[in-house]
Structure formats: C-alpha cells, structure tokens
Design a protein around this ligand. Sequence first.
Ligand code: ZN
Length: 248
Amino acid sequence: MSSVATAGRIGAGSANLLMYGHLVVPRLARWSKDRTRGQVVVRRRDGKGIGFLDEGPGDRNAQGVLVNRGWIHAPAGQRGVPRFKSIDDRYQRRAMRKLLCQICPDPADRDERGVLWLIDRAHGSDRPSWPEGHITGHPPVCLRCAVISDLQCPALASRGYVAVRVRNPVPHGVSGALYEALPGGPALTVDGLTGLRVVHNPVVAQWDDREALPWILMGEATMTLNGCTVVDLREEYERARSAPTLAA
Ligand SMILES: [Zn+2]
C-alpha cells in the first residue's frame, strides 16, 4: 500500500501542523500575541438577557445565544508564545460543529464505530457506565494528532485518558459566563460599571435551558458522547495503517 493510500486516515505528514520549536501547537490553543476582537457586554433594552453594545449579525449562534467574539491571530511567525491552557473559542465552536480535529485543520477520524475522541479521566470516570453519555468541551481528533497528543500532552499524561469511538455525538449546549442583572440597574449599561455582574464562569447549560441561555456569553460548545466504544489508540493507528482504502 502506498503512503498516499493511508494519508486520508493518519495524516499527510506535518505540513498542516502549527509548531513552536519541537512542540506541536493545537489549533485550539491561543497565542500570546493574539488580540481581542473587542466586545462590551450590556443588558438588553427589553431586560431579557445580555447583548453587545455594538451587536451585529454573527454575534449570536443559530440558537440565539450571544457568542464570544474570540481572538485575532497575528500572522504566522509573529504569534508569540503558545498558551496551551487557553482556548480559542471560535476554533473550538467550529471544530465541534464540523467535527474537526482540535490539533490540525483536518476532519476528526471516523470509522464504522464512530468519531475518535480522547477523554481525560478527571471528569466522571468513576461512573460505572463512563464514558457513555460523557459531556465534553474538547473537540475530537484525527488519528495522527491523537498519537501526537499521547506523546506530547502533559495534561493527558498526568490525568490519564481513554481513546473512544463515538457513534452518536450530540450537541449538548454551551459553556460560558453567566451574567445577572443587578436590581434597579438601568438597561444598556456597560459591563463592570452598573447593571450587570458575572455570577459564574464557566457555567454549562443545555440548549433547552431557556432561563439561563439569554444571560450566558457563550465560550465553548459542549457535546454529549453517546454510543461510546473504548479503544486502544495504538491498535487504532495500526488498524488504519493496514486497512485497504479506496486510494490503494
Ligand atoms: Zn489532527
């Protein structure tokens, strides 16, 4: 089998990876030279939630939730230092929506058992049925980047993780900052002065939470992982390498 034949499943070399020295930097991560797009959160005139002072098209998602405008990346080579623990919200939401790899721009790996996810054991893994029904803010991965994460990511190494095939990932809701209107505060006041305060950050709310969602500034999208099959990452990689493909 040619290398071209396997490229679709385990990646076409390192051409589309972001590097910092010898480290692969996930697309999901922010960089020190990222600039904020600027946003001022205000109480809506009708009193029924929050908005941006200069809100326009694209500031809400399909469900009408206000979304964080995120960050503007500096040009390649001028991005500064990667902030591995800080998330680029816009990329996270896009990766969840389109089931893209959280590390490179490729689609996440998928086979007959579902989409590939790496889930750390820190959250809920004492539940007998775990990871079935696990709710996550981490996008899935492609096979190549799953192996890279296994080798490189200190957070995964310290907490331990499982590789999971997910047959039915279902959009769950949002993770973001929950605002509250201060009693008697005027409408359309600027965040931090009067009228609004952040109650919890982050808070997680489901898509049907009509009470909370109007007051949340969405950062990340969350997903419920249904139809889970725990797999061995090394076996997955070998399986993909040896599988016949249409290009073979
Ligand atoms: Zn990838």
